[in-house]
Design a protein around this ligand. Sequence first.
Ligand code: PLP
Length: 455
Amino acid sequence: HHPFVNYGKKTKASYENMKEAKNYLPGGVTANIKHFAPYPIVMNKANGAWVEDVDGNKYIDYLMGYGSLALGHGHKDIRLAINKQLSDDGTFLFGTPHRLEVEFAKRIQEHYPSMEKMRYTNSGTEATLLAIRLARAFTGKGKIAKFEGHYHGGYNSMLYSINPPLSEAGEEGEPLPVPESSGLDTFKENEPIILPFNHLHATESLIKKHASELAAVIVEPVQGGFIPAKQEFMDLLRKVTKKYGIVLIFDEVKTGFRVSLGGAQSVYNISPDLTTLGKAIGGGFPIGLVGGKEKIMATSSPKVAGDVFDVGQGNNSSAKDTLFHSGTYNGHPTILAAGLATIDRLQKEFSIVEENTTILRRKLEHVAKKANVPIKTVGIGTIFSVLCTREKNIYNYRDLQKTNLPLRKEIDYHLLDEGIYTKPLNRYSLSTEHGEEELNKTINAYERVLNSRLE
Ligand code: PLP
């Protein structure tokens, strides 16, 4: 039984596409999260807030490229900026320093003054990987602490306790590292220390206990982009990491230019040692960025030896003192042009998107209340999630597990049938292109689903 009653009939071409995809791609997908049962919908076209699948069904899109598309699909500002960069500069890639690298950094720093220096990467994953290397190089310590339920990219040392079965995850106050994948390094040294988000006392004592080996604490200051930290929890994290000489990394890949223009650090008024950005700053193109305190970032600076730059790539005696960071496409001109156009437009329209998000959330909660379905929305700024629960406060992964996830999933499938695209269980991201029409259609769809379609 599938709650999307017309699924088979409406998505025939998606089914056929996925069948063919399975001949080439494991599971038919290019990332495991793109899969959902019985088979995911295959998209074909998009415009603004809308996507269209291979069968011609149209949806209002709240996935928004996992939050990357702050200006919606195909925004003309970004198209123009890309075309201009390509024709003015006449290249796809310099492979040398170029002007946009500086222009973009200036713009980021206006919104993120904690980022005194920065480096570009090609994804959020690479950004957190570099942040961790910087922290280790700077402190001379090896261990990293992360929070249960937090995601920082798909590499070995961070692939622990993102979505662990509670039966394996230990006590709430002292969670165990649970691998999220087969094929991880089995070296114990690689395992992160797992901390309980929003638990002040337990987090403080775990950091204290491991202080001598901890290089960094990395955190999604708003978990999953929607569960806010308590202010006093963030204040404590800043205080404790500073006290023990541990680098505090704010992973703002989701929250940057989303919970506010200045990210979670401006909401909480906290200056982290390092910050990672991604997603929204590329307007839909692959990018990542790590930046922070000058003295930490300086470990990656090339050392001058005589008249040659000793870049520490292993061919000289001081390589171990210089942090290695490279990437053929780092600071890609086309992507920086797209990113600048995105930030320019967001500076003008962020407050409207934020207001629309608040309106949508308020109306969803109103419709749910009238239909007597236990729903609340949780989030800050232009992202939120819909949680099926009567609990007043949701603070972390374990609280989330106690909400009614099957009901949320059932609603998501009915919404697909109603032309609202949220990948089942995913958060909602709005864009400058979600206007009154889209919001009203979404509310009406919710009204139908909650009043007449649930079992
Ligand atoms: N960090 C956070 C908080 C993220 O949400 C993500 C992506 O979802 C990443 C890191 C990894 O970014 P990317 O998918 O660009 O590698």
